[in-house]
Design a protein around this ligand. Structure first.
Ligand SMILES: [Zn+2]
Length: 204
């Protein structure tokens, strides 16, 4: 802490799997509890750190670092959420089973920042980019019984293979679920989210 030595922080996502964040700095010592606080930093923070004079580091950087810590922590949580969700679904889209991690997202059932929108696996769905966007835009919904419903307007539309096979063919299909019951989409959250889809479907 005295020398402000940059350190590497390993954040555990699940047993045997970590996200590495660096540089981090020790910013508080609690000898009674045998713990200490660290601040997460990023490239911007590091650049700022490198340019700062030692006297500036103390006051100005405390505010700057607090901001960086918040954003870096948020990013860390997002990366952890993605890793956990994709692993629960064996790195496949829950709808079309596409298994290319680079084309998959961890979609939120209840959006991040809303009540009940916590980054828990039971608030997530592993979806490919197309199905993620379609879900977010209410082009399709997922019932609390884990079935896909495609918006009526789209079902009536005739178009190329993406609409036909990528979207319309999903209608009525059951989604793939994680093996662990605890990691399956929360029925309560699906209910709330499906209600929004239903309203959007009615007004289209
Ligand atoms: Zn998909």
């Amino acid at each position: 802490m005295d020398t402000q030595t940059p350190l590497v922080y390993c954040y555990r996502i699940m047993p045997g799997s970590y996200i590495v964040s660096y540089p981090v700095f020790v910013c508080g010592d609690k000898p009674d509890a045998l713990t200490f606080d660290i601040q997460l930093d990023d490239e911007v923070g590091l650049l700022h750190y490198a340019r700062s004079q030692p006297s500036e580091l103390i006051a100005e950087n405390a505010i700057h670092r607090r901001y960086i810590t918040t954003t870096a922590k948020r990013r860390l949580h997002q990366v952890a959420f993605r890793e956990r969700v994709l692993k629960a679904y064996q790195t496949r889209c829950a709808l079309c089973m596409l298994k290319h991690a680079a084309l998959l997202d961890a979609a939120h059932i209840i959006p991040d920042g809303e009540p009940d929108g916590e980054p828990e696996v039971s608030n997530g769905l592993s979806l490919c980019k197309i199905h993620h966007a379609a879900f977010d835009l209410n082009y399709l919904g997922i019932t609390p019984g884990y079935r896909v419903e495609v918006r009526r307007q789209l079902l009536d539309e005739i178009d190329g293979p993406m609409l036909q096979h990528g979207i319309k063919a999903m209608h009525g299909q059951r989604i793939a679920l994680p093996n662990s019951r605890r990691e399956r989409p929360s029925v309560k959250r699906l209910e709330a989210r499906f209600e929004k889809f239903r309203l959007a479907d009615q007004t289209s």
